[in-house]
Design a protein around this ligand. Structure first.
Ligand code: SAM
Length: 227
């Protein structure tokens, strides 16, 4: 499959059909999503939250249930348009913004949330990506990430190829048949632990059949007693 379409083109075109992923009729899958949703509702309570790559606002709704304030960002205007059609329990501001060029000052947020993005992040970019997501976070802030395991994608693998950095590419097809080659990596539980335990302290990890989520604390640097 050869074309010049990017992951941004893909998500812009998919905005109106994106949320189908949340409503597939598989009880365990739905239950896992419901459990993560409830966890995030409680986690975000009273906090100033930044959401990156917010898409149609599915997790924004959970964060906004009890948050003080939510700033939700995505590069795709079509996704933000969908997100704005939802009702939110607390103040949500939507901003069209590239995750690699965020307009926020340092140490501004209690909690950063990122749904289904790490699996699209190129492996060779991880260190840069971690620096980007740490910067807007307060010293005692936390990051919550959720992503999916292969069973959540259904029976077909649609695997296309791997690149020299070990990234996997899959064929994704829209309802109208248009096809895109999309970088999509999966993480076993030990890979999630390996990935996040160096740059962060892992506060909590859930790794089930369909989804995993991780709650990260900024890595504590212990100063010597006499400093
Ligand atoms: C898999 S969707 C996740 C949406 C949402 N977080 C969720 O969990 O339902 C990935 C999102 O990343 C957005 N995106 C792609 N490239 C981006 C970039 N460079 N900066 C910000 N958002 C981006 C897409 O527009 C899309 O909404």
């Amino acid at each position: 499959m050869k074309n010049n379409k990017t992951i941004v083109d893909y998500y812009r075109a998919r905005a109106t059909e994106y949320e189908q992923i949340y409503y597939r009729d598989v009880p365990q899958r739905r239950q896992e999503i419901a459990d993560h949703f409830e966890f995030l509702e409680k986690l975000a309570a009273g906090k100033t939250v930044l959401e990156l790559a917010c898409g149609t606002g599915y997790w924004t709704q959970a964060a906004a249930k009890n948050a003080r304030e939510v700033i939700a960002t995505d590069i795709a205007p079509e996704m933000i348009k969908e997100a704005k059609t939802k009702k939110y329990n607390s103040a949500v501001t939507f901003i069209i913004s590239d995750i690699y060029d965020l307009p926020f000052k340092s140490a501004a947020f209690d909690l950063i949330i990122i749904g289904f993005w790490v699996s699209h992040e190129p492996k060779q970019n991880y260190s840069k990506f971690f620096e980007i997501i740490k910067k807007p976070l307060k010293a005692d802030g936390q990051i919550w990430l959720i992503d999916n395991n292969p069973p959540a994608e259904g029976a077909k693998s649609n695997f296309l190829h791997s690149d020299e950095s070990g990234n996997n590419f899959k064929c994704r097809r829209l309802d109208d048949g248009e096809e895109f080659s999309i970088l999509k990596n999966y993480f076993a539980k030990n890979e999630v632990l390996d990935l996040f335990s160096k740059p962060f302290s892992i506060n909590q990890l859930t790794h089930d059949e369909y989804y995993w989520s991780v709650l990260l604390d900024q890595k504590k640097t212990h100063l010597p007693a006499d400093s």
